[in-house]
Design a protein around this ligand. Sequence first.
Ligand code: SF4
Length: 307
Amino acid sequence: MTSDRESPLVEKILNLKNERNAIILSHNYQLGEVQDIADFVGDSLDLSQKAAQTDADVIVFCGVHFMAETASILCPDKTILLPDKHAGCPMADMATAEELRKKKLALADATVVCYVNSTAEVKAESDFCCTSANAVKVIESLDHTGLILFVPDQYLGHYVESKTGKEMTLWPGYCPTHTRILPEHIVRLKQEYPEAKVTVHPKCHPEVIALADEVLSTSGICRYAKETEAEDIIVGTEIGIIHRLRKENPGKRFIPVSEQAICPRMKLINLEKILWSLEDMAPVVKVPEEIQIKAKRAVDRMLEIGR
Ligand code: SF4
């Protein structure tokens, strides 16, 4: 669904946003209506960078809980609103700080690299943070030869191992949405669209990645879509991104690998909830100071390394 910028609901949101000196950030997987009213739409790395740079007093984070937490880690003095408090990431919840502390004890001296899709407590226990846009670069930047523990996405970890040649201990987490994308989906679509290029997200199964022309973060897919001469692009990630791709590239055809690749938590946020959130200034996501200070070291390193 897309939004009409003239609608009374959108007008109320935009007026209140100005009154509160707020900025609306949206992940690429959000509903079209949310993406359309956002000040900025991007992947986790883009959104973290925007959160770190903004002068706004309030950030309305249209994404999932760990993303709002990351904004709180980077901007502890700002008010971070997550318009639906139930918008959590099941993969982030697959690693707890307590489990990680136990694993660290078992793997003494391991360097811990956490995917940004993790809780603030897990980030606080980690040495480096990374996103899917810079995971390979972060691992390549480690100049030591010791053990690396990668948390929580085993498939992103597997992809990074294949690109860097560095063996890592992989946490057994996974994204329930991306693991719905199967190799047979791609094989079938390649028969139907023989000229199409195949893009997939590195959270997919290795067998899916093996069939792709490009393995990219969501913003990487958006950039590739603009630059490629291909007119048909098969897209192997959460289907919310199709809205942005079609909007930015009206002459091209985007084919989702699987209509089932929907993240239900990402879809919890809509225009009504954004309005209520700005009216009530709730739900607020605030990372406690002792966790925030520790987690910021890992997140700052991720931002220093960049894309
Ligand atoms: Fe988490 Fe996967 Fe949903 Fe992203 S798409 S928020 S990794 S469950």
